[in-house]
Design a protein. Structure first.
Ligand code: NAD
Length: 311
């Protein structure tokens, strides 16, 4: 039987709608809407799309979204100066610096910029203060993608307590905070990564399997316990015919899409997993829209918490 489709796009629409009274109440009291500043350095085409989506979403729900561009030649000091200016601007509740930053800013530029953001405005939840709060189970602003995944599990009422959750990927952005959110919901959590031995066997013990790897179709049916819930975080664009042919059987939906458009989006989970899993997120239309909804939610939360802190 095909897995139940966990419709992230539909949940995202509902979650955004649920935020409208909070946005209206804040705007009423503060005399201005919650404000999100998005910093985009350079001209990465994928970043352009992500940033446009985030700003359009907050704008469509009555918040103020503003884009601050830096040229690809900008220095780290210029990026830090912009962050300092946004930290000092009281009408800005959330600051989001789109990664990747241009190579010219240096290897540790992202961490330095994230560290410079006022933790109260850190809607990405990447600042060490917010990571620490999450570790201690007193979260304020939590990384949007794992927060979206956890919210999906909650809303779909998928049992987590006492279940075995396996997270593939240990990034600061997805894997680690995802594992913590599952732990705080009383799952027994295993974190897997590129050095894990016998990965398929470990994954087959999972009641909930989260894939955040960045490799198209990597999680095949032999990784999945029949009936398990599978959350596919990966977003990979395939535009190579040989890769598409190797991954997708002739006549399959992804192969047909590839042949029509010359490219196709694929998660880290192979579409054949649908025949084994009990429930599964699609790509696109799964975790991606939830991430954007959580940007809106964190912007509203940051605005409310900042107002409450002022008294
Ligand atoms: P990352 O590159 O920082 O981390 C990838 C992780 O996968 C690493 O921890 C690594 O150990 C693990 N890994 C790599 N190869 C492996 C292997 N062969 N076996 C086991 N583990 C392996 O990536 P990230 O930022 O965590 O993102 C992961 C994926 O999620 C990417 O496809 C990214 O595009 C996607 N993503 C999606 C959203 C969204 O909104 N849906 C948001 C962020 C990231």
């Amino acid at each position: 039987m095909a897995a139940r489709r966990l419709d992230g796009a539909a949940w995202a629409a509902r979650l955004r709608e649920e935020l409208t009274p909070r946005i209206a109440a804040f705007t009423d009291t503060a005399g201005r809407p919650p404000g999100l500043a998005v910093v985009l350095a350079g001209d990465n085409p994928a970043s352009e799309i992500y940033v446009r989506n985030k700003i359009a979403t907050v704008g469509a729900h009555g918040c103020r979204g503003e884009l601050f561009r830096l040229p690809a030649t900008a220095t780290l000091d210029e990026a830090l100066a912009l962050v300092a200016r946004l930290n000092a601007d009281d009408s800005v509740d959330g600051i989001l610096v789109q990664s990747p930053l241009p190579d010219g800013m240096g290897r540790d530029a992202e961490q330095r910029v994230f560290d410079a953001i006022d933790p109260a405005k850190d809607v990405d939840g990447f600042h060490a203060v917010n990571v620490g709060r999450l570790v201690q189970k007193r979260p304020a602003l939590v990384a949007c993608t794992p927060l979206g995944c956890a919210t999906l599990l909650d809303r779909e009422e998928i049992p987590v307590r006492g279940r075995h959750a396996v997270v593939i990927g240990r990034s600061d952005i997805v894997g680690k905070p995802m594992a913590l959110l599952l732990l705080h919901r009383d799952a027994t959590v295993t974190i897997c990564h590129s050095r894990t031995q016998d990965l398929p066997a470990v994954c087959r013990t999972a009641d909930i399997l989260v894939a955040a790897i960045g490799r198209p179709g990597f999680v095949t049916p032999d990784f999945v316990k029949p009936g398990a819930t599978v959350i596919d975080v990966g977003i990979n664009r395939i535009d190579d015919a040989a890769v598409a042919a190797a991954l997708f059987a002739e006549g399959s939906a992804k192969r047909v899409q590839f042949e029509k458009k010359g490219s196709v989006l694929c998660g880290d989970v192979h579409p054949d997993v649908e025949a084994v899993a009990g429930a599964m997120t699609p790509v696109p239309g799964g975790v991606g829209p939830l991430t954007i909804a959580m940007v809106l939610q964190n912007t509203v939360t940051a605005a409310e918490l900042r107002a409450a802190a002022r008294g």
